[in-house]
Design a protein around this ligand. Structure first.
Ligand SMILES: *Cc1c(COP(=O)(O)O)cnc(C)c1O
Ligand code: SF4
Length: 340
């Protein structure tokens, strides 16, 4: 029960509606550069890409440093000319998702876990993302009231964990999410609900009272895997969103992508681990980049990546050291990258 003195009762009346903030995101690269006083960078912009245009919430832009063309948050969202380079080995379906679809919107690659592509959109467009080429269309699990996904998982008794991913599952309205969990009584073997979401980081207002009223009472193990790549993404509003998620009883983890020029040094990732811990989040994975077309300029070699992790090991308690992995099509799990 939510009582007046419980943390759940801390209302967020004052915070603006997340849907409005979503709509008000910056989608024009020239506007973004103007806000940051970086107009001269316009010469290095890739032309507007209709399929994967610039998109970044204004609250995330506010965490960027004005006047800094190398800002690690800016570089994650700015479409640069380098995206147009065709680099051998960088393809449109780098992780074999097209081949492993089990049903509409369901990926079942690993034992015990089924992943629902809950939504096709995100509040932010990260330039390194495999999603930039994924032909979601209507092929998402939430279409048709989750019916096909529920049908599929019903016949898979080994599946103990349902992962909502995307796109970003929290792009869906809370009633749409509730529509899924209302049907989970049909899947008694599912014990754990996991959300893979970047929204608590890029649009923390998403963790609003309505969300809490849905998520907190769920009688499941709850895991929320956030996605932050740099400590400067984690401001006070994000820390508050994390606290609210923990109030719901969720275990909080973070995954990052190793990105050249953004977080490819031990000092930056050590600072991220410490900042995550301060927010009640444990580092989970550092991913080697999926080799998607248009993202080659972000790639870090395995030799550099393992060196960075070894440096981190010398500075952090074991529980703050993320696992360095790569997703390899056809593997039974994320593949660890051996350190030297
Ligand atoms: C990454 C992924 C998972 C989750 O893997 P964990 O190692 O449990 O985090 C599950 N299913 C698919 C299809 C994935 O790509
Ligand atoms: S939030 Fe995640 S899924 Fe969405 S664009 Fe960024 S990396 Fe891709």
């Amino acid at each position: 029960m939510i009582t007046a003195s419980s943390p759940l009762a801390q209302q967020s009346h004052a915070s603006p509606d997340w849907r409005r903030l979503w709509r008000e995101a910056i989608t024009d690269a020239h506007e973004l550069l103007a806000v940051l006083g970086l107009e001269p960078l316009a010469d290095h912009l890739a032309p507007q890409d209709a399929g994967f245009s610039l998109r970044v919430p204004r609250g995330f832009v506010a965490r960027m440093r004005p006047g800094d063309p190398g800002d690690p948050l800016l570089l994650q969202v700015l479409p640069q000319l380098a995206e147009l380079d065709a680099v051998p080995g960088f393809t449109k379906d780098a992780v074999g998702d097209l081949a492993s679809r089990a049903a509409h919107g369901v990926l079942h690659k690993y034992h015990g876990r089924a992943l629902l592509i809950a939504s096709g959109t995100c509040a932010i467009n990260c330039r390194y993302c495999f999603r930039r080429h994924f032909p979601y269309g209507e092929d998402i699990a939430a279409a048709s009231g989750w019916r096909e996904a529920i049908e599929y998982v019903r016949g898979q008794e080994d599946v103990e964990e349902l992962i909502l991913s995307g796109g970003d599952p929290l792009a869906l309205s809370t009633p749409k999410l509730q529509q899924l969990t209302d049907q989970l009584h049909a899947l008694p073997h599912v014990r754990t609900l996991r959300l893979h979401t970047r929204l608590p980081v890029v649009l923390p207002e998403r963790i609003d009272d309505e969300f809490m009223q849905w998520f907190a009472p769920l009688a499941l193990h709850k895991v929320v895997v956030l996605h932050a790549n740099h400590e400067r993404e984690l401001n006070a509003s994000v820390a508050r969103a994390c606290a609210r998620l923990r109030d719901c009883g969720a275990t909080l983890l973070n995954q990052s992508v190793l990105l050249r020029g953004i977080n490819d040094d031990a000092r930056t990732l050590v600072a991220l681990s410490r900042r995550l811990f301060a927010c009640g989040v444990l580092p989970y994975y550092v991913h080697q980049l999926d080799r998607v077309q248009g993202a080659a300029h972000f790639e870090v070699s395995d030799a550099n990546a393992t060196g960075i992790i070894e440096d981190m090991r010398a500075h952090l308690p074991g529980y703050l050291l993320p696992r360095l992995v790569r997703e390899v099509a056809g593997d039974a799990a994320k593949r660890p990258i051996r350190t030297l």
